[in-house]
Design a binder for this molecule. Structure first.
Ligand code: FPP
Length: 250
């Protein structure tokens, strides 16, 4: 696949090898607040602009035939933000799913979530469940939205599920290994992420997919999330394809 990246001074060609596409891309969409601050706008408008980026990335990932895209939309720690910002994020999520749910569905995209959606306000939980139900049989790009998600929280909930199954004699302690443990996480039916992208010049995991990212390739950019576009995703994929993945071997 050949693409062109437009920059102010030149047109840069991006060539992707179809045989070496990452199967699963995870993204920490960071920098909405700073994007707004630079423009003397309220933070919530930064999130609103972030939805535009999200749209473009889903479209590009789907056209590029990526199988899984996992997006960090709301962490377990994000509840500590001011109430109006939390509400604005929930409303943006609902508005996005209401407006775009049908289009995502007609593009064969499957909406899934990771994280404890029972902790979301009822109006948001309802809309999320509706979008999941509508798209559940789709076979194209699988979009996982991480909502009320934290990696440590996910691991603890996985341990509780295992403990319950042990108590009910469904498995024994000896059966537990890495693979079995993975199957108790919310990413059970997906491959681990091959590539993790974080925008806005921050270099942290921030509790995102911490178990699943053991061998994930990391890609960072200074671009703030609302400015991130499909061609930036393609650049990240192109860089990924130049890396040699050894998984601890020589
Ligand atoms: C980080 O920017 C971004 C978030 C906490 C939320 C991401 C949400 C969206 C992109 C839009 C809503 C999502 C959906 C699924 C419709 P930040 O606020 O931490 O930015 P800062 O570090 O510059 O303050």
């Amino acid at each position: 696949m050949k693409f062109f990246k437009s920059s102010p001074s030149s047109l840069q060609e991006i060539i992707l090898d179809n045989e070496k596409l990452p199967q699963h891309i995870a993204i920490i969409m960071d920098g909405n607040g700073r994007w707004a601050k630079k423009r003397f706008l309220p933070r919530t408008l930064g999130h609103k602009a972030g939805v535009e980026a999200l749209r473009d990335i889903i479209k590009t990932a789907s056209n590029t035939k990526i199988a899984y895209l996992t997006l960090y939309a709301f962490s377990t720690e994000n509840w500590n933000r001011p109430n109006d910002e939390v509400s604005a994020l929930m409303e943006l999520l609902v508005e996005y799913l209401r407006k775009e749910g049908e289009e995502l569905h007609s593009n064969n995209i499957k909406i899934n979530t990771i994280g404890d959606i029972d902790g979301l306000p009822e109006f948001a939980r309802k809309e999320v469940l509706r979008a999941k139900e509508l798209t559940k049989n789709n076979t194209g790009l699988w979009v996982n939205i991480a909502l009320n998600y934290g990696g440590r929280d996910e691991i603890v909930r996985g341990i509780k599920r295992i403990a319950k199954d042990i108590k009910e004699d469904k498995i024994s302690i000896e059966d537990i290994n890495q693979e079995v443990f993975s199957s108790y996480l919310e990413t059970a039916n997906m491959p681990d992420p091959d590539l993790l992208i974080r925008t806005s010049g921050e270099y942290r995991f921030s509790n995102f997919l911490i178990w699943q990212s053991a061998y994930t390739e990391l890609w960072f950019t200074d671009i703030l999330w609302p400015d991130f576009r499909g061609e930036d995703l393609l650049m990240a994929i192109s860089d990924f394809q130049k890396r040699e993945r050894r998984f601890g071997k020589v």
